[in-house]
Design a protein around this ligand. Structure first.
Ligand SMILES: N[C@@H]1[C@@H](O)[C@H](O)[C@@H](COP(=O)(O)O)O[C@@H]1O
Length: 242
């Protein structure tokens, strides 16, 4: 596990984008696992800049996203489909037919989870999985619990996650109560993992993930068992780590 400490969110984002760009440059037809949330927005902005400067070509890249709210249609501004198009897909030359997310409009949880898991596996191995960290230590939408879920599944979101994510919605009541998420096994099967963490409100979750026991109570802690993890965290997120 490599831990890179940066002075700011901007520096974190630049370094993360450099790592993703190197993967795309070395393997133009790579498969990227992508994340949503405020943590990776700066990284996507930096990737767009590299594309606009003519330094990156996404035409052969395939992407699979970690998660999606259950029940939100694609055109809902809070759907992760919308987010990915807004921050990345519509701004670079990626082939939209090679970008995949769970289908939030399929309300049959078992069917959708099985479909997405089979799809991700059929596409091959994720070369690099980008992750953010929830304030409660979640990765994707794998919430703290008593066991690690292996494959894609439907999650009942924790109150703390609904509380954390309500800033994007009109009220907490508007935040979906469930989401589809890749499982811990899906994430751990990626060749490389890149975790970006910013802000003081993540400091405890980051410390617990890196130094606490490996436990499903802190889903991010499982990353210690992965052979190729890079964590890029700003000073605020690292503030509880000496
Ligand atoms: N499902 C997403 C995660 O994929 C994300 O990494 C995390 C942190 O979000 P943020 O980066 O906005 O703090 O929580 C969200 O709920």
């Amino acid at each position: 596990m490599r831990i890179i400490k940066t002075k700011s969110y901007e520096e974190m984002s630049k370094k993360a984008a450099n790592i993703i760009a190197s993967v795309v440059t070395l393997k133009p037809d790579c498969m990227l696992g992508l994340a949503t949330g405020s943590s990776p927005i700066g990284t996507y902005d930096e990737l767009v800049k590299k594309y606009e400067a003519g330094d990156l070509d996404f035409s052969e890249v395939t992407t699979v996203n970690l998660d999606e709210y259950k029940g939100l249609p694609k055109e809902n501004e809070q759907s992760y489909y919308y987010f990915m198009h807004e921050y990345l897909f519509d701004k670079v030359n990626i082939n939209p037919e090679k970008t995949y997310l769970p289908d939030g409009t399929n309300l049959n949880s078992e069917e959708e989870a099985a479909r997405y898991e089979a799809l991700v596996q059929s596409l091959g191995t994720v070369d690099l999985q980008l992750l953010g960290l929830g304030r409660n230590g979640h990765i994707g939408f794998n919430e703290p619990g008593d066991h690690f879920e292996d494959g894609t599944h439907c999650v009942d979101l924790k109150e703390s996650t609904i509380e954390a994510n309500k800033r994007f919605f009109e009220s907490a009541d508007d935040v979906p109560k469930q989401a589809y998420s890749m499982g811990i096994g899906t994430i751990m099967r990626s060749k490389k993992i890149l975790l970006v963490v910013s802000g003081e409100e993540k400091a405890q979750a980051l410390k617990d993930s890196i130094y606490g026991p490996v436990t499903p109570e802190v889903p991010g802690s499982i990353l210690r068992f992965h052979p190729d993890v890079t964590i890029i965290a700003d000073e605020a997120a690292m503030s509880l780590i000496k």
